[in-house]
Design a protein around this ligand. Structure first.
Ligand SMILES: [Zn+2]
Length: 341
């Protein structure tokens, strides 16, 4: 069907969208992008399924109550969950930020409890779907969404459908090789985009430079932000957010680290344009919150290195839905699968 949201939103069914993250569980009772209720709760210190699942159920039931909508009116449940997971079976395979989730049949469990169709999709794909349907990708059929936060995730929508690959594991764009002799990534590959430009990589580079005695100004800046001003409290614990702030404050080491990360992202975007030829590349995630530091160098690299045909019709923009992209995408999953929106 067409992507005429105005005409289809009124017909969209009531959905419970669940965004399960390592820090927060967010649930919304939704109809398209309209949220009748939205509840967030902490995932909690211990993220075992035995502890987290009852929190999901309680949050969902609280959201229904707040919306004043009975469960019987809910047409389906969509879940955004950290991967790896199998989106066909809804089996969650031990995500790094959900301890002890070893092959948890999340889809089956929710289906049995609520007797509704349930769809489970990885968080990068749901965020891509949210941006595609209701955010920066509205009106486009071919989009690539890249999110730069603790790690680097991505979702690709090609001709209106999520690119899944043979078993749902396509579009791992954070693990495209940028530097083929580069540092080892957590995934086992060398020189991945994630190993060069994620929040984790930015923090690691800063802390390594400080440990090597090259980061006195950055360390001093970090101490100024810290409540505990002792050297020991800050050493080894500089975060990506601090590096971004230090770069804004013109501290040369921080500027160099951010410039290098932006360059790596730029090279990644060039690869994305050459491989997918999308209408739009959407950049999201917490690390890019100060877009001016990143966007200009990214766009410069893209201009310099992309083949003309791939660049001509492509736009590179920042995400529009912020932290809600995954929740909105989760709420869209039942309609995406059932109505083929
Ligand atoms: Zn990797």
């Amino acid at each position: 069907m067409s992507k005429d949201k105005d005409s289809c939103e009124a017909e969209l069914p009531l959905i419970a969208g669940i965004d399960l993250g390592g820090t927060q569980i967010r649930v919304a009772i939704m109809q398209g992008m309209k949220m009748h209720a939205r509840i967030a709760t902490l995932t909690g210190e211990q993220t075992t399924p035995e502890r987290v699942l009852p929190r999901i159920y309680a949050t969902l039931e609280q959201a229904l109550q707040e919306a004043g909508i009975p469960l019987t009116e809910i047409a389906g449940i969509g879940v955004s969950c950290p991967g790896p997971l199998d989106n066909r079976t809804g089996l969650v395979h031990s995500p790094p930020n959900l301890a002890a989730w070893l092959d948890v049949p999340l889809q089956t469990m929710l289906q049995e409890k609520y007797q509704k169709p349930v769809y489970v999709e990885n968080d990068a794909n749901t965020a891509a779907l949210g941006e595609y349907l209701f955010g920066a990708g509205q009106g486009s059929r071919d989009i690539v969404y890249l999110t730069i936060s603790t790690g680097i995730g991505a979702g690709v929508i090609a001709n209106g459908r999520l690119l899944e690959g043979v078993n749902g594991s396509a579009a791992e764009l954070g693990h495209m090789t940028i530097d083929w002799r580069g540092e080892r990534c957590a995934c086992g590959n060398l020189g991945c985009l994630e190993a060069l430009a994620s929040g984790t990589a930015i923090a690691r580079q800063a802390n390594q430079a400080i440990a090597a005695g090259n980061g006195a100004a950055l360390l001093k800046f970090a101490q100024g932000l810290s409540e505990d001003l002792s050297m020991q409290a800050t050493r080894g614990k500089v975060t990506a957010k601090t590096v971004v702030e230090a770069a804004e404050a013109d501290i040369p080491l921080a500027r160099a680290i951010i410039a290098r990360a932006a360059e790596a992202i730029g090279v990644g975007v060039v690869n994305i344009l050459h491989i997918f030829s999308p209408e739009i590349v959407i950049l999201g995630g917490g690390v890019l919150q100060n877009d001016a530091l990143f966007l200009e160098p990214i766009l410069n690299i893209v201009q310099q290195r992309t083949m003309r045909a791939n660049l001509a019709d492509a736009r590179i923009v920042l995400a529009a839905l912020g932290a809600d992209a995954g929740l909105i995408g989760a709420g869209s999953l039942p309609a995406y699968y059932q109505l083929q929106i």
